[in-house]
Design a protein around this ligand. Structure first.
Ligand code: UTP
Length: 286
């Protein structure tokens, strides 16, 4: 069955970005000149997704406002004759078919995904965590959807990580089946380096089969007392196969100030309108 829907998870507290996130969702932070959430929506659309579901939480209504039409702003730009910005604004409001659902209690990523169950409606779905920005020639999700179609099984994105970082990621036990593609033999959430079955850490892209929802509903809280999608996928391995795609390009973890700064600098340096001047500025600064 074709994957038509993507669930974008934007319900986390963003404590690592306090105090910024006291009154602003971290998903609305700019990456150069667009909010992080827009990159997630664009990756979904550029991968062939038709419907986007965003899981939000209390205090995140700025996300919903962002993708709405803004007649007042459009009228102002029209009066000013700023046709370029006017069409940009209309494009954002019309860019995707988006539904929203709220996670009422922040009980973990697995729980956040399960909040979208009704809207996903028994279909397979993609899941995107907007914190993970992946800069690659072909969208990461598109590559994963191709793998999903080939193997007819769920797919998760992984990245090679350092020894000390196993404590921060879900880690897979891999069996390589093609270039950058692994069958997942087991998964474990945030193990100590000595217990980690590999150095392939799970990052924020998933293609999930519909059966995940039944499993999520009965997955007990795990690490951090949160319902972990890694634990649910481990349980689901008893019923069906799972594959992993070792992502291409560069991933930025914009959920931390340093990762967010790196992403801003790297993406701005690549832009024709900003890169040359920024490069000169850094030469002076350093
Ligand atoms: P993280 O733990 O990395 O993000 O969750 P966080 O909780 O937002 O940020 P910190 O740790 O407090 O700084 C991974 C992903 O799961 C989502 C987050 O939004 C993020 O995309 N999440 C996590 C939820 O949507 N709900 C939850 O209950 C927990």
């Amino acid at each position: 069955m074709k994957v038509r829907k993507a669930v974008i998870i934007a319900a986390g507290r963003g404590t690592r970005f306090l105090p910024m996130t006291r009154s602003q969702p971290k998903e609305m932070m700019p990456l150069v000149d667009k909010p992080l959430i827009q990159y997630a929506v664009e990756e979904a659309l550029n991968s062939g997704i038709e419907q986007v579901i965003i899981v939000t939480a209390q205090g995140k209504s700025a996300i919903e406002d962002y993708f709405e039409r803004s007649p007042e702003l459009e009228h102002f730009l029209e009066q000013k004759g700023d046709t370029e910005r006017l069409s940009q604004m209309r494009e954002i409001a019309g860019m995707a078919d988006i539904s929203y659902v709220r996670q009422k209690e922040q009980l973990g990523l697995g729980h956040a995904i399960n909040t979208a169950r009704e809207l996903v409606g028994g279909e397979p779905c993609a899941v995107i965590l907007p914190d993970d920005i992946i800069d690659s020639a072909v969208p990461c999700l598109k590559r994963m959807l191709d793998i999903y179609e080939k193997y007819e099984a769920g797919v998760i994105a992984v990245e090679r990580i350092g020894d000390e970082d196993t404590r921060k990621y879900g880690i897979i036990e891999p069996k390589q089946v093609a270039e950058r593609v692994y069958q997942v033999l087991s998964l474990v959430e945030k193990p100590e380096p000595a217990q980690a079955p590999s150095r392939l850490g799970i990052v924020g892209r998933y293609v999930l089969t519909p059966q995940i929802f039944d499993v999520l509903a009965v997955t007990p809280p795990g690490k951090g007392n949160e319902i972990q999608v890694t634990d649910a996928l481990q349980l689901l391995l008893k019923q069906q196969k799972l594959y992993a795609f070792e992502l291409e390009g560069i991933r930025y973890d914009t959920g931390t100030p340093l990762g967010w700064l790196k992403a801003n600098v790297a993406l701005a340096l690549k832009r024709d309108d900003l890169g040359p001047e920024l490069r000169e500025y850094f030469k002076k600064l350093l």
